[in-house]
Ligand binder design. Sequence first.
Ligand code: ADP
Ligand code: ZN
Length: 215
Amino acid sequence: MKLILLGAPGAGKGTVAKMLTAIDGSVQISTGDILRGAVQAGTDLGKEAQGYMDRGDLVPDSLIMGIMEKRLQEPDCANGFLLDGFPRTIPQAEELKGLMAKLGIKLDMVVAIDVPRDVIFDRLCTRRTCENPKCQAIYNIKSMPSKKEGICDKCGSPIVQRADETEVAIGHRLDTYNEKTAPLAGFYEKEGMLRTITGTSSDVVVNAIKKELGL
Ligand code: ADP
Ligand code: ZN
């Protein structure tokens, strides 16, 4: 499957993407994971992105488009992909449209995951992430704690609160989302690609997507 997952930070895009990869081997492409990996590794890309990310601002479109142009041409994308956290602005969506036309890629649909803001805020404040850049497993101190406090079940690395998951940065990320990313729903509606799914349970969202795709 070739999907774009839209939704506010904390709407569950990453969880849904991971569940979908298990269905048909499509790969999850999370620009947030790619950028955090680059920050940890101290690459030029990471150095450029870090300030924006820590403040909860978007990194410049040109940087993201460079990453995605390469990523979409890697062989593992041929089986399908789930775009998680990209596109995030109208210019990114427009450039992606051109890029896909150039590469001969056809999307199945764009899924907007709709979750109430108070649920989102609460989820983000209690979210914790494995600091190992190769793992980045997600936990929640309330609803999905690790077996051993502060230690990742999957790889044994420390689990931390992301720098952009303080209350101030979260508020800023949600405002940025409303201003820059929410308009993408209208963009894809016009393209006839949009399906909106309301639900706070990732299982419900995954089942709705499977049904839409006839799986
Ligand atoms: P979330 O969806 O939980 O906010 P992500 O992991 O998707 O977080 O992204 C973390 C940060 O990485 C964003 O706040 C932003 O700074 C940067 N980022 C990720 N994807 C993009 C993108 N497509 N365009 C611009 N910035 C991005
Ligand atoms: Zn881990």
